[in-house]
Unconditional design. Structure first.
Length: 139
């Protein structure tokens, strides 16, 4: 079964077969910088499993010098976009998909580089939405 995905501005749209070979949560310093978050959630899939609906030419890819780390993103809104890791494998960030893949995250990689605040964040209060209601604001 296919899963649709894309960016916020809808300039980049794609679909992928739900046949991912790997799903890693990467906590390396470069992925933290790329995402502005604790980690990236990268899925890997064969080249022929992704089909562009629109916006393939609206993607830019930045490759970190000296490392095998890249970041594909929409040139308009900056959201993550699929990119080729090598000639045969797409890297797709899980958050760019319109629904969850059937493959669950398999591991946390580069755990030693995680942000010092990450584990505390996992136990922080959970709000159903933003903290707009007085009952949702931790004291």
């Amino acid at each position: 079964m296919d899963i649709s995905g894309g960016c916020l501005c809808k300039a980049v749209q794609f679909s992928v077969r739900d046949e991912f070979s790997a799903f890693h949560l990467c906590h390396c310093k470069q992925c933290q910088k790329i995402s502005g978050a604790a980690n990236v959630a990268n899925l890997f899939i064969k080249r022929d499993a992704l089909r562009w609906k629109s916006g393939e030419n609206n993607i830019s890819v930045y490759t970190v010098p000296g490392r095998k780390i890249s970041h594909g993103f929409c040139k308009t809104c900056g959201c993550p976009a699929p990119y080729l890791d090598d000639d045969a494998t797409w890297v797709v960030q899980a958050g760019s998909l319109d629904r969850s893949p059937s493959l669950a995250a398999q591991d946390h990689i580069f755990w030693a580089e995680r942000g010092h605040w990450y584990e505390a964040a996992l136990t922080a209060p959970k709000c159903a939405q933003g903290p707009t209601d007085e009952t949702d604001v931790p004291r």
